[in-house]
Design a protein around this ligand. Structure first.
Ligand code: 3EB
Length: 292
């Protein structure tokens, strides 16, 4: 969906399940696969005729219809890809239209659009339909917020008529005495303001500082030691030419020789605020101390 910048040849996102029974389904514009414990899918819808606001609302209402017909009722993590995310439609930025439709779908489905919202990332592509990838499970996750940042669902309306619907991170039991942590797309935002505008190095540093707070909070809440060097990272850069600087700062933080540094994936994508140059997400697993 977003062009690869890492010198890796190719990468793909694989969510593995060891269950033998996996079934595929369709619900409106959403296609998904489930083993009854985890559910993974994508809602894909062209927004050029109906408009992005309506497309987002439909995509999410199809996702919710799919989940309500499944034992995997709880959204854990979403990845939203919106074409031309910073362009204007009818005098409003497309990301802001997206936020209106997304929040409306949460409200219509009776799902929390505030406290308890799932973890998410939102990125801009050059072209193509709206694509909403989603991961769901049987257990409600524990949503985490970052005390350094205003919760996105409480952003003031200077950032759009309806706030974004996501939590900063989600923590969920993964079976076998393990916990899974999903850190949302994290950017250089303190309070609700974008900071270090124009400076990709410092934006990368600030994003990592935000992620560090979430990692520590997750470790405390789950009694499972999530180590920074053991997480899997995706770094989204607005400009391909910022790769060297962002990579240097990132590798300094996680350790140049760590698995995290070697396996990090760098993608070119627009970030949902026009003044942000970088967004970083991460996920990982950790064993609960004492076992379960
Ligand atoms: C932010 O913190 C940066 O709209 O789903 C990051 C992750 C961001 C997810 C979303 C937006 C979203 O506001 C942008």
């Amino acid at each position: 969906v977003a062009p690869l910048l890492s010198p890796m040849g190719s990468v793909f996102d694989a969510w593995c399940s060891n269950a033998s029974q996996q079934t595929t389904h369709r619900q409106g514009c959403a296609r998904y696969i489930s083993d009854g414990v985890w559910l993974w899918g994508c809602a894909e819808i062209d927004d050029s005729d109906r408009g992005l606001r309506d497309a987002a609302q439909r995509a999410y209402s199809d996702v919710f219809a799919a989940l309500s017909a499944s034992p995997c009722h709880h959204l854990l993590r979403l990845w939203n890809f919106v074409s031309q995310i910073n362009a204007m439609d009818d005098g409003l930025e497309r990301y802001r239209h997206f936020n209106i439709g997304r929040q409306q779908a949460f409200l219509d489905a009776g799902r929390s659009a505030f406290d308890g919202a799932p973890a998410a990332s939102a990125l801009g592509t050059r072209q193509g339909p709206l694509r909403v990838f989603f991961l769901a499970g049987r257990q409600a996750p524990l949503s985490l917020e970052n005390p350094r940042q205003v919760s996105a669902y409480h952003y003031p309306d200077a950032y759009g008529p309806r706030p974004p619907t996501f939590s900063r991170a989600a923590l969920v039991g993964a079976g076998g005495g393990r916990s899974a942590l999903f850190i949302s797309g994290t950017a250089s935002i303190v309070g609700h303001a974008s900071v270090h505008v124009g400076d990709v190095g410092r934006q990368t540093q600030e994003s990592l500082a935000n992620m560090e707070v979430l990692r520590q909070l997750a470790t405390k809440k789950s009694a499972a030691p999530f180590l920074a060097q053991n997480l899997s990272y995706t770094v989204y850069l607005r400009h391909a030419h910022d790769m060297a600087v962002a990579r240097h700062v990132f590798e300094q933080a996680v350790g140049r020789d760590s698995a995290a540094a070697r396996e990090a994936v760098y993608l070119q994508a627009d970030v949902c605020r026009a003044d942000l140059l970088v967004e970083i997400e991460a996920h990982g697993f950790a064993a609960t101390e004492g076992g379960v």
